[in-house]
Design a protein around this ligand. Structure first.
Ligand code: TYM
Length: 344
């Protein structure tokens, strides 16, 4: 017979969910801050990795490009090492539970919560009146993505921390409002490591971003070897030699960023990179960084190119992924509908 103690000891099931938008220019920040982490976490927990096209259309997209970019993100997942037999790789708009649950959660989330979201303020700037309602509502759809699978862990870059906190608030509020204690778990963010916020190569105070008009500001996952080398060569630094301690990095944002990128790619710490290059000039560090980046990225880029030259394999994987994702999300959505009191 199961005693209460034994039941309590049973570990809660774990599940990973994360996503990348199919907007142009998937870059090194997406890889080091998120995708590289997806590859390792898939061996620890059941994992779903989504191409979040519903999120992409919160700003205007060219429909033809959107389809190609959706395949490009899927190709990046596969080329980086996500195993489609192990993990579920799929496209968000192929699983209707995301949009359906987002509506329910829209009625749980509060305007004031969304008004505090800094990413919306940054993206909208002075033009918030002219932004789509979807862009404002973006974090609620994110919460729906995660909660549609009752995911417990969410690997993301540092910029998504606030959205994850909101997802936790929404989950708790749903459980309280509908007296459904413990129904949705509080998803844990998995953020960390030396490249959880990769910065712009030309301005160490700005995040590396897909939408920056300056191509030199980022390393795209589709860049060839020469381009990678050239971009690191042109990356902004300062007139001082490489730092002697990590403390020094605090006042040298561009150098801090390059050291973080090196550390993440070499799978080591900033401390050890600083120790290795202390006092040397950038004439030594930058080529070493470019070589390391080429060594790590060239096989991924090459594999992505092969996958994208014939979409058959990607499309087949995404189709199976959507079926698997749907089979997890549908029963959860059904329970949500019952809890809310929808007629069926
Ligand atoms: P997206 O496509 O903007 O970014 C995808 C992932 O890359 C991370 N990232 C970075 N990490 C380090 N340095 C950077 N410069 C950098 N830029 C981007 C992001 O943190 C993200 O992890 N809203 C999400 C997509 C999403 C999602 C979700 C994530 C939609 N639904 C549910 C987790 C769970 C986003 O930022 O996409």
């Amino acid at each position: 017979m199961n005693t209460q103690n034994e039941t309590e000891k049973k570990p809660r099931p774990t599940r990973v969910f994360s996503g990348v938008q199919p907007t142009a220019n998937i870059h090194l920040g997406n890889y080091l801050g998120a995708i590289k982490r997806f590859v390792s976490v898939q061996h620890e927990m059941e994992s779903l990795f989504c191409v979040v096209d519903l999120h992409a259309i919160t700003v205007p997209q060219d429909p033809k490009m959107l389809k190609a970019q959706t395949r490009e993100v899927a190709a990046a997942y596969l080329a980086a090492g996500i195993d489609p037999k192990k993990s579920i790789i799929f496209v968000q708009s192929n699983v209707s539970a995301h949009a359906e649950l987002a509506w329910v959660l829209n009625c749980v989330a509060r305007m004031g919560w969304l008004e505090r979201m800094t990413q919306f303020k940054d993206k909208a700037g002075e033009n918030s009146e002219r932004m789509s309602v979807g862009l404002f509502d973006y974090p609620v759809l994110m919460a729906a993505d995660i909660l549609a699978y009752k995911a417990t862990h969410v690997p993301v870059g540092d910029d998504q921390k606030q959205h994850l906190e909101l997802a936790r608030d929404i989950a708790q509020r749903f459980n309280t409002d509908f007296k459904a204690k413990g129904f949705f778990p509080s998803p844990e963010p998995l953020i960390g490591g030396p490249a959880s916020r990769v910065m712009n190569l030309q301005d160490g105070t700005k995040k590396m971003s897909k939408s920056d008009p300056a191509d030199l500001s980022r390393i795209n996952l589709t860049d060839d070897t020469d381009t990678i080398v050239r971009k690191f060569k042109k990356a902004r630094t300062d007139q001082f030699p490489m730092p002697e301690s990590v403390d020094e990095l605090k006042s040298r944002p561009e150098v801090d960023n390059l050291v973080g990128i090196y550390a993440a790619m070499a799978e080591t710490t900033k401390e050890s990179v600083v120790a290795q290059f202390a006092g040397q000039g950038f004439g030594a560090f930058k080529p070493a960084l470019a070589d390391l980046a080429v060594e790590k990225l060239a096989p991924i880029t090459e594999h992505m190119r092969r996958l994208m030259s014939d979409a058959t394999e990607i499309d087949a994987i995404l189709k199976v992924g959507a079926e698997r994702a749907n089979s997890i999300a549908q029963p959860i959505l059904k329970q949500v509908k019952e809890i809310v009191g929808f007629f069926n």
